[in-house]
Design a protein around this ligand. Sequence first.
Ligand code: PHE
Length: 451
Amino acid sequence: MTPQPGKRDLFTTRFGAIATTVGSAVGLGNIWRFPYEAGTNGGGAFMLCYIVFIFLLGVPVICAEFTLGRSSRSNYFGAMRHHSRSRFWPLAGYIGILASLMILSFYSVVAGWTVEYTVQSATGALDFSDTGSYHDHFDTFVTGNWRPAMWTLIFLALNFGILMRGVSKGIERFSNILMPVLFLLLIVFCINSLTMDGAREGLTFLFRPDFAALTPATMLSALGQAFFSLSLGLGCMLTYSSYFSTGTRLGRSALTTAMLDTVVALLAGVIIFPAVFTYGMSPSAGPTLVFEVLPSIFHHLPGGVVWSTFFFFLLFLASLTSTISMSEISIAFFTEQLKIRRKSAVILNTAIAAVFGTLCALSFGCLDDLRLFGMTIFNLFDYTTSNIMLPFGGMIISLFVGWRLKRSVLVEEMTCYGTTPFRVMGLLIFLLRWVCPLGIALIFLNSIGII
Ligand code: PHE
């Protein structure tokens, strides 16, 4: 049985609805993952693909998820069942749940790093005059096994605590204050980076596409990054939109979320790359990049310790709003489909993430030798979820809404039940029917060398 509109704990304000989807989208994906992916994929060419994918494929898929969520007032499975009798469509929901648990596992590790760095900044342990020390310092920490594992578990415990308090009360209040502050801080750091000696080189790296560097693998990474950063393809936006009020304009919310998310990623890029070139670091350091570059930036700022503590703390909070949203996917499934009590569902979600999160945390240390397909557990979780599972989920969602869903449902949702105009309906349908599924399929086929 599908819960009826009005029976759910809806977001109390429209700003709350937007702030919460932005809270889900903006997180480590923008500030940690985007710079490291852009750095390892050659900069400009990756960046160009990323922006194109966000708006051409990402925005229509957000609209599709919003439509499914609000029209059914349910989670992924409930939504698919609400609109179709076929057994096929809900299957992709299992991939979404698996992806959400895998992401929660490795994401909590990086969120744990932000907690460690908040503490270290506050205690003055993160202040070296020589840039190389930041690399060695992070390396010692991350390979040290018990501390990264401990922070992962502490972070999951905090996530657990917030989840137990329910949707609108906890998260809404939280993200409304947090996001604007983080944004302001990013702007300040951005201005600072633009005054650095390596600013021109950094910006050229990030913004000038070198088409020779545009490989199929780069395109796949950009696609994965677009979906990861928008929390898309696994039913997260779908689940959140099931709490939207009927007056929330879906098209506008989708575009606002995508734009704000992209701006934050760009700001992070503009902060990181000038510093990378100024301090003679390597842009392709991978997942550790941001944790080596940011402290070097803070070191050179007056009052660096304060900036550093505050920033890592905000990054930790931004991670929390994202992990809450990914946890809600499996929790909604456990409670609404399996009829488990919310408390048990939250415990189950946390327990699974604690086991796999610990393995991911240790994969920088004692489990470094454990490789599957040549990747550590952390990298495997990161790569397969972003580059394969999420775009695949997005493809299924766009096919479902484009071809299977009654046109009237899409029209009703996009126009807020006929109360507001939505002028690009034809374009949205075209993108959902053709561009999203074919675009994603082509990028997949291209990356495995079939075309
Ligand atoms: N979009 C989030 C970020 O950028 C990560 C995320 C992925 C959240 C998938 C929910 C679901 O940090």
